[in-house]
Design a protein around this ligand. Structure first.
Ligand SMILES: [Zn+2]
Length: 83
């Protein structure tokens, strides 16, 4: 049975600046392709908009109405997705 990694990660809204720490967990068998990601505790002011087991697809909804991905890339590779 696979163990799970638990960690906290800061969520920060780029629109209103609201921030908080989410408690999340995911499988440590990342080579399997399915990280089985889940947010165990959402910080106040944020809510799940589109839950996913992939943190790059998990959409979070801020109290101001802004929606963004849980895990965002800071730099895009050439030919990568525009946003
Ligand atoms: Zn916001």
């Amino acid at each position: 049975m696979a163990a799970r990694d638990r960690y906290s990660r800061k969520l920060e809204c780029s629109q209103c600046g609201h921030a908080g720490f989410a408690e999340v967990s995911e499988s440590d068998e990342r080579r399997a392709g399915n990280r089985d990601f889940t947010i165990d505790e959402m910080p106040a002011g944020f809510a799940p908009e589109f839950p996913s087991t992939d943190p790059r697809k998990y959409m979070v909804h801020c109290q101001c109405g802004h929606k963004f991905r849980f895990e965002q890339k800071t730099a895009y590779p050439p030919g990568g997705e525009p946003r």
